[in-house]
Structures are given as C-alpha cells and as structure tokens.
Design a protein around this ligand. Structure first.
Ligand SMILES: NC(=O)c1ccc[n+]([C@@H]2O[C@H](COP(=O)([O-])OP(=O)(O)OC[C@H]3O[C@@H](n4cnc5c(N)ncnc54)[C@H](O)[C@@H]3O)[C@@H](O)[C@H]2O)c1
Length: 411
C-alpha cells in the first residue's frame, strides 16, 4: 500500500521558486526513503527536527546557489501508524512496501532508524538497490557485520553515513573550540557522566511509565547500554581527544526485572550500566560512567570534564564552563571546618555560537551536501564499525575481567 505520490517540487527538471528576498532560487529534489520513523529517534530527531526542518528552511544551500530539497517517503510495517504520522506532519508519501520503495528510481537515499538487529539486512538491500545509505548507530550488533556493510557500500560505490550526533552538540562544539585554541595545554583526562533514572514501568506502581523502549533491556533484542553508548564514546574520544587504544569495562544489570509497553513483566537480560575506562593515543585517560539507573545531580544528562595542564572545562549538552590554571583555587583538606571555597565559582561560561543548530539536523545537512557531491564526509560506515568494535571489546573486557587492546581498523 502506498500513499498518494507527492507533487514533487524540483523533479525532474529542478524548477525555480521565488525566495523570501524576491529572487529566484533553483530547487533540486532529493528523495529519501525513511525507515523506522514511527520510533522515538526516527520521529523526533530525524523526521521532525531534521528533514522537516530542512524543508521548512527551504532545503540545503549548495555552492552553485541551488537548494537541495529533501522529499521523504515514510516506510513502516504498520499502515495505520505510518499513515497517521505522515498526516500529522503533512508528509504526502508513505508506504508499507519497502521492496517497492527500494526499487523506485526517484529516491536516491535510504535511511534507517529502526531496530539495530535488522539494520545490516536492510542496509545491504538498500546498497544492492544502488541507494546511498544513512543510518542510526549502532550499525550492527557485531564488528564482522559492521565491516561487511562498509565493504558492500564501498564496492557498490554508494555514499554512506552513520549518525554521530554528539559531535554537533553545542557543549561538545565548545570543547572542540577550546581544544583547537590550545586552552587545555596537554590534555590529561576526560571524565564522562551519562545517564538518568529510567523507570521500571510497573503499571501497578505509582511511578511514571518507562521512558525508554523495553528492547533496550533485552540483549536478545539488541539492547544493552554498552552496545548503545560505547558507540558514542568511540567517536567522541577518537575525534576530540585521541584515538581509543584500550578499554576496560564493567557492565551491570542493576535492575533485574522491568515491565514492557504492554505492561508485561520481563527479565532484563542486558546491561543497564557500564563503568568503562579508556587509554587514548597521546596519553590521556578517559573514564565514562553510563547508566539508566542513576539519579541526576549534575549540570546535564551528559557531562564531560576535560582536565589539561593549562585549564579544564565541563560541558553539558549545550553549556560549557572553563577554569584556567590562573583561576584554579588552592584547596586545603580540612573536614573539621565548613568548606571555605565555593567550587562552582571561579568557572567562566563559554559563549554560544548562534550558527549551531540541532545536532542531528546539522549532520543530515552535511550528509545531503556530500550526496550532492559537495564536501567530504568522514562519518561513514567505517566510523560506525569503529563504534561497534569498541562496544564488542567492552563486552569482552567485562566477560574476561581485563583490559583489552583496541586494534586499528583501516578503511
Ligand atoms: N543517536 C542516538 O543518540 C540514539 C538514541 C537512541 C536510539 N538510537 C538508535 O536508534 C534506533 C532506534 O531506537 P529508538 O529508541 O528510536 O527505538 P524505538 O523502539 O522507539 O523505535 C524502533 C522503530 O523500529 C521499528 N521496528 C522495530 N522492529 C521492526 C521490524 N522488525 N521491522 C520494521 N520496523 C521495525 C519500530 O516500529 C519503531 O518504529 C536504535 O538502533 C538505537 O540504537 C540512537
């Protein structure tokens, strides 16, 4: 079944439209098959805050002055759900027939934000159909599959991208700016605190319903915080602070039972917390706590503290504070008196850059430009594979109770 086909702007002759300033702009359509968009990430981050926002702003500006206009077709198993999503957001094309969508010549890109376990099969089908592919992380649940996806895309000469959204969070962009300015001196360590309390979902209790999908807590369904979060920490560390050389990870399943979307009690078979240390190229040590069983008393759901010889910074998702060596207080240990130093003073907030937008949207724009032939895009399937590699080695480290070396993966 397929929804009515859009009266597509820009297809195939790239017609002109009048811009806000009264000048004509050429619009070039790019068809995107969006799979898994009825899910949490698919709807909020990818459809609403990225693709529909890009459409609202009049597409992505290309160097020659044309605007690349994404034209999504929503794909899902449940016709009623997909149709309703399309209706709510004014998207004219939707279908439950993935094979037909992949066969269509009018859509150049396949995007997937559905279940992790299904991703390799779906991406392989899309690659075989000659589509450029873009997808959520993790690209797969194991390194062998992740590498085979990279090879398939390379062989088919299609363009590929994997979501690495944290890199474009304003808080992390500020850390990157500080690093580039030499603010930190030599970076010594990076501490990451990620997490919040995820409710168990017991419908009989007075607690709110669970705010994450139940598959996250079942390893047989591709769940687990190590697989989920070590993918993120890999690209954050590799790209901002030094390549990850070794990992020591201890996972835990702190909450043994939870309740699913239908109110049914199930056994949590996947890890819901991970305590992981990393050795980085260049000598810095990183340690990240990731947990769905922790209560927040810090600036944000993710905070990163970077300590260097010349200064330190603490970043949340959006805000970031610094303390230089000159502003560093000299505490003296004395538990017999109230602490005389207010440690929250003496930090300076980093200014915002108004050019920074939603992190997912920013990466989408870079990917679409790349597909249009503009600009390199380093965040492809090999980067995705590196994330899966670290998660796999993190799980191995936990199982064997020892440090594990991270072998270099080369494209
Ligand atoms: N980048 C990030 O920060 C981030 C955050 C959360 C999740 N994710 C990733 O995004 C993906 C989706 O996670 P979510 O939290 O949105 O999950 P979700 O459960 O909310 O959504 C999953 C979607 O996949 C669909 N789906 C599941 N099984 C399917 C099947 N067999 N056939 C077709 N469709 C199927 C569901 O209908 C739903 O639309 C996962 O791979 C997850 O790891 C990324």
């Amino acid at each position: 079944m397929r929804g009515p086909c859009a009266a597509v702007r820009g297809a195939p002759g790239h017609p002109a439209r009048l811009s806000g300033r009264g000048t004509f702009v050429i619009e070039k359509r790019i068809g995107i098959i969006m799979h898994g968009v009825t899910g949490r990430m698919g709807t909020n981050q990818h459809l609403v805050r990225s693709i529909l926002e890009i459409r609202k702003q009049g597409g992505v500006a290309l160097k020659d002055g044309t605007r690349l206009m994404p034209d999504p077709i929503l794909v899902g198993r449940n016709a009623a759900k997909v149709q309703e999503l399309a209706r709510q957001h004014g998207v004219s094309r939707w279908t439950t027939d993935l094979a037909k969508a992949l066969n269509s010549k009018s859509d150049a890109v396949f995007f997937d934000a559905a279940s992790t376990q299904l991703r390799p099969t779906l991406l392989k089908r899309a690659i075989a159909a000659g589509k450029h592919v873009y997808c959520e992380k993790p690209v797969s649940t194991n390194l062998a599959e992740a590498l085979s996806l990279y090879r398939a895309a390379k062989k088919a000469r299609v363009k590929h991208g994997v979501v690495q959204d944290k890199l474009w969070l304003p808080g992390l962009l500020k850390l990157q700016r500080l690093r580039d300015s030499g603010f930190f001196g030599k970076i010594l360590s990076v501490r990451g605190e990620f997490g919040y309390w995820v409710f168990e979902g017991d419908p009989q209790s007075a607690q709110p319903p669970a705010q994450r999908p139940s598959w996250n807590y079942r390893s047989e369904d591709g769940g687990g915080i190590i697989l989920d979060m070590l993918c993120h920490w890999r690209y954050v560390l590799d790209q901002l602070f030094g390549g990850v050389k070794a990992v020591s990870c201890r996972g835990a399943t702190h909450i043994p039972y939870r309740w699913d979307e239908n109110g049914k009690k199930y056994r949590a078979t996947a890890d819901d917390a991970a305590y992981a240390s990393f050795e980085l190229a260049g000598g810095a040590i990183a340690h990240f706590n990731s947990s769905w069983t922790v209560r927040v008393r810090r600036d944000d759901l993710l905070t990163l503290q970077v300590d260097g010889t010349r200064g330190s910074a603490v970043a949340g998702l959006r805000r970031c504070w610094t303390q230089s060596l000159d502003a560093t207080p000299k505490p003296v240990w004395n538990p017999d008196i109230p602490q005389p130093i207010n440690f929250f003073e003496g930090w300076t907030e980093e200014p915002d850059d108004p050019a920074w937008g939603n992190a997912f949207k920013t990466q989408w724009e870079l990917f679409l430009r790349h597909v249009a032939g503009e600009g390199p895009f380093r965040w492809g399937l090999m980067e995705g594979a590196r994330g899966v590699q670290l998660a796999e080695l993190g799980l191995r480290s936990w199982k064997r109770r020892r440090w594990v070396t991270v072998p270099t993966l080369r494209a």
